[in-house]
Write a protein that binds this ligand. Structure first.
Ligand code: CP
Ligand code: NVA
Length: 323
């Protein structure tokens, strides 16, 4: 694996270029600041609409993988802020196949004012950002999903406020969603716990970054294999698909390996009484989460999905330098 991104200087790139590539590029104060902006943009929208601060701006959206939430919420966020978005499908762009990433980045930078990209290889989003002269937003890579984490933190703060020391427990695969959730929790002073089967751990590099953040914020990071141990004292139970996009050939093995990691009524009953249940979606119902839990009283799945719109507006406003 090319480890170039592991040496990126925390905070510097974002400050200079207004890219949004990793939660770990933000300071704890910048993370909360972005959330506060999302809250105010949401309030403004609900109370009558956002002013057209992005009038004349166009976001180019590159997708190497399918999407419902990321695609539609970025498109609608741009429209609500007076701008426009251009969807570029895998077939159209052929990122790194039909044309090199460096060339795509430099060509697009002359046509659009910002780029949002969903890629497989994390190096590809970094390469795009390296060559683009316009801001680049990471709409999910195999390594992380920072836009999701920001919306997740917004949803958690709407429920529990900004107090530090909340217990956020993730059950399942140590994947892209888990990485960014761990980092946003660490930034905000929330304790992050994960229970995963052996062999499905969060990458050590991401854990090391989280540990560095917790030295500043006092959050705790804990690791379990037994989901029942992990949910004790949880304020938030979070899960995601057992098989991420690009891993489809592993589906049968993963279904077997994760069989005892389902978020069901029994597991939820072992958490705190007012615990909420989250999932980034799309959900594979009655696999990683049961219908009863997904549609039950603890579930915040749909407010969480809707918060992608508001979190994205904050990311866009900062990327375009209008807030
Ligand atoms: N949660 C999320 O990113 O959903 P999509 O894959 O539909 O964008
Ligand atoms: N871990 C999932 C998240 C989808 C939003 C995937 O990468 O497919």
């Amino acid at each position: 694996m090319n480890t170039q991104f592991m040496q990126s200087t925390v905070g510097q790139e974002f400050a200079m270029r207004k890219d949004f590539l990793h939660i770990s590029d933000l300071s704890p104060a910048e993370t909360q600041d972005l959330l506060d902006l999302a809250i105010s943009l949401k309030k403004e929208y609900v109370e009558g609409g956002n002013p057209p601060v992005l009038k004349g701006k166009v976001l180019g959206m590159i997708f190497q993988k399918p999407s419902l939430r990321t695609r539609v919420s970025f498109d609608m966020a741009m429209r609500h802020l007076g701008g426009d978005a251009l969807y570029l499908s895998p077939a159209e762009i052929g990122l790194g196949k039909r044309e090199s990433i460096a060339d795509v980045a430099r060509v697009l930078s002359g046509y659009v004012h910002g780029i949002m990209a969903r890629v497989f290889d994390h190096e590809h989003i970094l390469e795009l950002a390296n060559w683009a002269s316009v801001p680049v937003i990471n709409g999910l890579s195999d390594y992380n999903h920072p836009c999701q984490a920001l919306a997740d933190a917004l949803t958690i703060q709407e429920k529990f406020g900004k107090a530090k020391g909340l217990n956020v427990t993730y059950i399942g695969d140590g994947n892209n969603v888990a990485v960014s959730l761990m980092h946003v929790c660490a930034k905000l002073g929330w304790n992050f716990t994960i229970a995963n089967p052996v062999g499905y751990e969060i990458t050590p590099h991401a854990v090391e970054i989280a540990r560095q953040i917790t030295q500043e914020t006092g959050a705790e990071i804990s690791f379990f294999n037994n989901p029942h141990d992990a949910v004790k004292g949880a304020d938030v139970i979070y899960t995601d698909t057992w098989t991420s996009m690009g891993q489809e050939e592993e589906t049968a093995k993963r279904e077997a390996d994760f069989a005892s990691y389902q978020v069901n009524d029994q597991l939820v009953s072992e958490a705190n009484r007012d615990a909420i249940v989250m999932h980034c979606l799309p959900a594979h119902r009655n696999h990683e989460i049961t219908d009863e839990v997904a549609d039950g009283p603890r579930s915040v799945l749909f407010p969480q999905a809707h918060n992608r719109l508001h979190a994205q507006k904050a990311i866009l406003a900062r990327a375009f330098g209008v807030a």
